[in-house]
Design a protein around this ligand. Structure first.
Ligand SMILES: [Zn+2]
Length: 340
């Protein structure tokens, strides 16, 4: 019998890691292997998952693919990782793949048609996690000025903004869409988000509202989609292209000297996100007098923080943040703004 694999896609900060934490906490005895891919070098998502101390969640079952977006590294990274998981003495019951927020799901689903993988694994489902408040705020809409400019240039083929294009590609591949952070949007806003998502979906796909990524595991897993046999039903902006790139986006790391006051830092991140159009900030912060790491999760202008595991005996407490935005970020100015 083939091992089912679930692909979790969704734009930066939509809540994929939180969803997966919830999934692992409620796995109900399933042995789940997790493949995590993120944009930026810091490896925050794997740390957030393994820092949770979920019983039965073995760090060996969490594999990080750090060499760029998974859609670009299928042959070099993804396929060897899958074979490694499948060749284990006790193979997992289910494989969950968290793609980076900028990854295109279709090339990844396509990788499951490779003979050595197809014989042993099937894509149970592609889950697209949508940041409902971000969609409600119009973050994935066309920039009206850019559209007008391109229409004048008679370029009708592709008028999408980089954000919109990634967002749409993720929806186009989905077997189920989660409207996450639904508690942060009112009923009218949520209805508008649902309409916007339905507009993009190429076929009937279940749409579920979620809060904090909480969803019955039996809804999430077991979709039996066989997505790798169904690629034509999942169009992409990059169909017919040999290659794609992620040049529209960039990331870099900011280190803070010594410890930081989380409230002041939160304020600085919010200001920097507003002033510099940062899409995502995440990382770990050393807070003086606190034995635990402080986790920072910023999406646009909204920043959350919490303490997770204690710093290890072999670790030096430090403060490091990864910043992701559209190409052309003023790194020096952002660094100054975050360092305060
Ligand atoms: Zn790619």
């Amino acid at each position: 019998m083939k091992i089912p694999a679930t692909v979790i896609t969704g734009f930066l900060g939509a809540g994929k890691t939180t969803l997966i934490r919830h999934l692992l906490e409620n796995a109900g005895g399933r042995r789940i292997a997790l493949v995590i891919n993120e944009f930026g070098d810091l490896g925050v998502d794997r740390e957030v998952i393994t820092g949770c101390a979920i019983p039965g969640c073995d760090a060996d079952d969490v594999v990080e693919l750090a060499n760029g977006c998974i859609c670009c590294t299928v042959a070099d990274d993804f396929l060897p990782t899958m074979e490694m998981l499948l060749d284990r003495d006790t193979p997992p019951d289910h494989i969950v793949i968290e793609t980076s927020g900028l990854a295109l799901p279709k090339p990844l689903v396509k990788a499951f048609t490779w003979p050595e993988i197809r014989a042993r694994v099937t894509v149970d489902g592609v889950i697209a996690v949508v940041d409902a408040p971000a969609v409600a705020a119009g973050r994935f809409a066309d920039d009206p000025d850019a559209v007008a400019g391109q229409r004048e240039a008679a370029d009708t083929l592709d008028h999408h903004s980089p954000l919109e294009e990634v967002f749409e590609d993720q929806l186009l591949a989905a077997d189920m869409v989660l409207l996450n952070k639904a508690d942060l949007v009112d009923a009218a806003g949520l209805a508008a988000v649902r309409r916007r998502v339905e507009e993009e979906l190429p076929r009937a796909v279940k749409i579920v509202e979620t809060r904090h990524g909480r969803l019955d595991v039996n809804v999430l897993l077991g979709l039996l989609a066989g997505a790798e046999d169904d690629l034509d039903a999942r169009p992409s902006h990059h169909d017919g292209e040999d290659d794609h790139d992620h040049d529209d986006f960039e990331s870099f790391e900011v280190r803070l000297a010594g410890s930081a006051d989380p409230d002041a830092l939160k304020f600085r991140i919010e200001a920097a996100a507003r002033d510099h159009g940062i899409l995502r900030v995440k990382g770990f912060v050393h807070v003086a007098g606190k034995p635990r790491r402080h986790v920072i999760q910023g999406v646009g202008g909204r920043v959350d923080g919490y303490y997770d595991r204690p710093w290890g005996a072999d670790e030096t407490p430090e403060s490091r943040l990864v910043v992701i935005g559209l190409q052309g970020l003023d790194r020096a100015a952002v660094t100054r703004a975050l360092q305060g």
